[in-house]
Design a protein around this ligand. Structure first.
Ligand code: CP
Length: 364
């Protein structure tokens, strides 16, 4: 079916160094028995993504399957984003999100207008986000924005008529991070994406080390995980805070009918967890601080044999480098895969699915 497509020339760089056991699940796992349903992705054309609730579960699955195709095959010759201009407006520091979005656009032959920090814009002279949003309409076809303030995405969108992707808004959300998180999980356990009930995998026990109420990546991961509630046996949140959720998230957990518990005792729970999602950075207005730093994992931690660790990065002391070369490390696959799942989203929002090569495995 896809034999005419060449393999991605960059894929060898994503392999772990020799001797490392680091997990790099193969993208082909995700689409060889489960072709892409492009009609689901067509519904994303022209849409803005401000939070996880802007996605449906079937869209997350189809985006992950398209990402796997983009990761596996050489897609550059198809110039899919040719003629499109994307603005990456980052009013807060980033290594992965801005560069992976920009890499995603450039490798699809689109063009990028990059704001690497707010100080190079009129914000420095007191310009409002609402006015900047009006300007973006003239400059580009899509805006990807990160900002320290939780209301920033709503403010810039007031006058924006091109699609907006929220790349992190204060302690709000980081919806494309959770796409990268779930892309890594679905490659690792492709049966989680299968429509075939006989392929239902053993349900996962998810652990979260951190505070979903104030850590945007953790919050978005939890919200996306609730979409897969039938594949999850229990959520264990390990935090020093008695209420690490806040009211809204508790309501979401109850609505999903998922079993969850909160504990401050990592040692007694870590051995039960199939997936451990960790983070250390909590956003407080335009500053951030390291929370729960007493919770640290290293290669000697009492992890289940097949447990995997996810971390949106950057890491501090909570995730020791001694885990990097172990089979618990899904976090590098998670970070690398972000380029491809963001490509899948950009292609869908731009209405450029029709430029994909005909040979890719799709539902006919
Ligand atoms: N995962 C993530 O958001 O990383 P950056 O802050 O480097 O973009």
């Amino acid at each position: 079916m896809a034999e005419k497509l060449e393999l991605n020339k960059h894929i060898e760089f994503l392999e772990p160094p020799e001797g490392a056991e680091t997990l790099r699940p193969k993208p082909v796992n995700l689409f060889e028995d489960n072709p892409i349903n492009l009609s689901v992705l067509e519904g994303l054309k022209g849409r803005s993504i401000l939070g996880v609730k802007d996605f449906k579960r079937e869209e997350v699955i189809e985006l992950a399957k398209l990402a796997a195709v983009l990761e596996n095959f050489e897609i550059a010759p198809y110039h899919i984003m040719d003629g499109k201009i994307v603005t990456t407006a980052f009013f807060e520091a980033s290594t992965r999100t801005r560069l992976s979005f920009e890499s995603a656009v450039l490798r699809l032959d689109g063009k990028v207008l990059s704001i690497p920090e707010g100080g190079v814009t009129g914000v420095r002279k007191g310009e409002s986000l609402e006015d900047i949003g009006e300007m973006f309409n003239a400059y580009c076809d899509m805006v990807i924005m990160r900002h320290t303030e939780t209301d920033s995405a709503e403010r810039v969108r007031r006058n924006l008529r091109v699609p907006l992707i929220n790349a992190g808004n204060g302690s709000g959300e980081h919806p494309t991070q959770s796409l990268a998180d779930w892309y890594a999980l679905l490659k690792w356990r492709p049966e989680l994406a299968s429509p075939d009930p006989s392929k239902k995998s053993k349900r996962l026990c998810l652990g979260i080390l951190g505070t979903p109420g104030s850590m945007r990546a953790v919050k978005s991961f939890l919200l996306m995980s609730l979409m897969f509630q039938d594949r999850i046996s229990r959520v264990v949140v390990i935090s020093q805070m008695a209420d690490p959720f806040g009211e809204d998230l508790v309501a979401e957990l109850k609505k999903a009918g998922i079993r969850y518990e909160v504990t401050n005792d990592m040692q007694n729970h870590v051995a039960e967890l199939d997936v451990i999602y960790m983070n250390s950075i909590a956003f407080l207005g335009d500053s951030y601080k390291n929370l729960d730093s007493e919770y640290q994992l290293n290669k000697d931690s009492d992890l289940k044999e097949n447990a995997v660790i996810l971390h949106p990065l950057a890491r501090l002391s909570e995730l020791d480098c001694s885990l990097d070369n172990t089979a618990h490390n899904l976090y590098f696959s998670q970070a690398h895969g972000a380029v491809f799942v963001r490509q899948a989203l950009l292609i869908s929002i731009s209405g450029r699915l029709n430029r994909l090569p005909k040979e890719i495995p799709t539902v006919k």
